[in-house]
Ligand binder design. Structure first.
Ligand SMILES: NC(=O)NCCC[C@H](N)C(=O)O
Length: 393
């Protein structure tokens, strides 16, 4: 994977399932959703998203299916049971009960529990009633559900022929990368894939990683990816010879711009769609390998640093030309979060009518999908997809 826009060959999605049914007005903030999605409709929207990609010749892999296949491997099962049970949270008695329950579940059932979680009420009956079980509300989670698994972009990201397992910043999402890690480690399809970064490193989330051109990676640093994460990610891609320049891009630490791809995504070889409010203020530090270390220069304007590193005259910005209120509304609804399936062809939420119209005026083909329910987790087509293979441009 060397770019954001090379013809998309294979992508990893997660069709939302029962984990979304765990969301309530009491837990949605902690689980990073802004509303309570209508699950059947979210699934329909997601199916239509997958069909749009298949219609363009893209091979769609579904994470739940891959995980169930992975868990037929006994080593993967052992690691999965280990990662699913938090002994500090449930105490030793329940941890033992849970481990033996999960160890005896078949692969699809185990995959389902690891994704949808388990409440104390759903725990298998055991002898006696431990203090932990008696003091927890029956609807509290013994295993937390993973509703944000839908956003496959964030828990792993491919750079070149290597996969980076993200180190996720938010507690509600940390367990996601344990599952993607298992799939890449034990699923036969990935048995030969090499790693670029590890889940036990400083926080880096895939939504912050943009492959601007072969050898040039931009990393947003803000609410999720930390400066230390960007630095160690750069060290890792330099060591593996996957990049010659990493741009570390400070973004505002707030929910509306939680990842770099919420304000800027590539729509063509030399073009981005960008939230107008940040266009002039976005900056970047340029990191390059030097003498076994890292040389840091800047900061300079992001567009200048990007064009220089990409060796192009300038990076075209699709000037969405929106009034500030419309721009803010459409940015919040992931108007800037497009997924390119080929240079100049992107998938976007239909609701961002004005941004999409401006993309089309600039010559970009827009494949519209509906996302009224999918968007309640605050993520668009790019967030909901992890490209695995793109053709080289
Ligand atoms: N790349 C992205 O921007 N992903 C969207 C993640 C949304 C999710 N609810 C989160 O807060 O992490």
């Amino acid at each position: 994977m060397q770019s954001e826009v090379g013809p998309l060959h294979t992508v990893l999605l997660h069709r939302p399932g029962n984990e979304l049914k765990r969301l309530t007005p009491r837990n949605n903030d902690q689980l990073l959703f802004d509303a309570i999605p209508w699950v059947d409709r979210a699934q329909e929207e997601h199916d239509a998203f997958a069909e749009t990609l298949r219609g363009r010749g893209v091979e769609v892999l579904l994470l739940h299916e891959l995980l169930a296949e992975t868990l037929t491997d006994t080593r993967a099962r052992a690691a999965a049971v280990h990662s699913g049970v938090d002994e500090l949270k449930v105490g030793t008695d329940i941890a033992d009960t849970l481990r033996s329950h999960l160890s005896s579940a078949d692969a699809p059932a185990l995959a389902e529990v690891l994704i949808a979680g388990m409440t104390f009420e759903e725990l298998p009956a055991s002898e006696g009633q431990s203090l932990v079980r008696r003091m927890h509300h029956p609807h509290d989670f013994a295993i937390e559900p993973l509703p944000n698994l839908l956003f496959t972009r964030d828990s792993s990201a491919w750079v070149g022929d290597r996969v980076a397992i993200a180190a996720l910043a938010m507690p509600a999402r940390r367990r996601e990368s344990a599952l993607t890690d298992l799939v890449y480690a034990y699923h036969p399809r990935f048995s030969h894939c090499a790693r670029a970064y590890g889940a036990h490193s400083a926080p880096v989330e895939g939504g912050d990683v943009l492959l601007l051109s072969p050898g040039v990676v931009a990393i947003g640093v803000g609410e999720r990816t930390t400066p230390a994460g960007a630095e160690s990610f750069a060290r890792s891609v330099f060591a593996d010879d996957l990049a010659h320049t990493v741009l570390a891009v400070p973004i505002t630490q707030q929910r509306a711009s939680m990842h770099l791809d919420t304000v800027c995504t590539m729509v063509d070889r030399d073009a981005v769609v960008m939230y107008p409010a940040i266009q002039d203020s976005l900056t970047a530090f340029s990191l390059r390998p030097r003498d076994g270390g890292i040389d840091v220069s800047g900061p300079q304007p992001f567009l200048t640093a990007a064009a220089e590193a990409m060796e192009i005259d300038h990076l075209r910005v699709i000037d969405t030309g929106l009034d500030p209120v419309t721009a803010e509304r459409e940015q919040w609804e992931d108007g800037n979060n497009t997924l390119a399936v080929a240079p100049g062809v992107v998938v976007a939420y239909e609701r961002n009518a004005e941004t999409n119209a401006r993309l089309e005026e600039a010559g970009i083909e827009v494949l519209r999908i509906s996302g009224s329910e999918l968007g309640s987790g605050r993520g668009g087509p790019r967030c909901m997809s992890c490209p695995i293979i793109r053709e080289v441009l």
